[in-house]
Write a protein that binds this ligand. Structure first.
Ligand code: FES
Length: 112
């Protein structure tokens, strides 16, 4: 992804904004990234990817997602349609992601 591509598509939060937030606030847990323009609090699609970005930051790496914005958006649409995340995509792009949020489908009423 490029810095201006959106990681949280529900709230239009770019990779650049998340990087800036991580650098400025150094949150101890990934869930605090929600303080950055509500990232991750809509359909939940981006949660494992936010966790991955947080893990990279914790290791001192520049947070990044190795996926095109087009594919990322298409996978999100599939997630909304099926209610299930393609774990292959998550493992490929966000291998450090984990936790119960991964088991959740899209939130009711979120249709973006
Ligand atoms: S894409 Fe981030 S909450 Fe929906």
């Amino acid at each position: 992804m490029d810095p201006d591509d959106h990681v949280c598509l529900c709230f239009h939060v770019s990779l650049r904004k998340i990087r800036t937030y991580l650098r400025a606030e150094n949150p101890p847990v990934a869930s605090l990234i929600s303080e950055c323009l509500s990232a991750g609090t809509g359909c939940m699609w981006c949660v494992p990817f936010l966790k991955h970005l947080h893990a990279q930051h914790q290791r001192g790496e520049v947070p990044d997602l190795k996926i095109s914005p087009e594919r990322y958006a298409k996978e999100r649409i599939k997630f909304h349609a099926s209610g299930e995340r393609d774990e292959g995509v998550v493992k490929e792009v966000a291998p450090e992601a984990g936790g119960q949020e991964l088991d959740r489908g899209p939130s009711p009423g979120v249709d973006q």
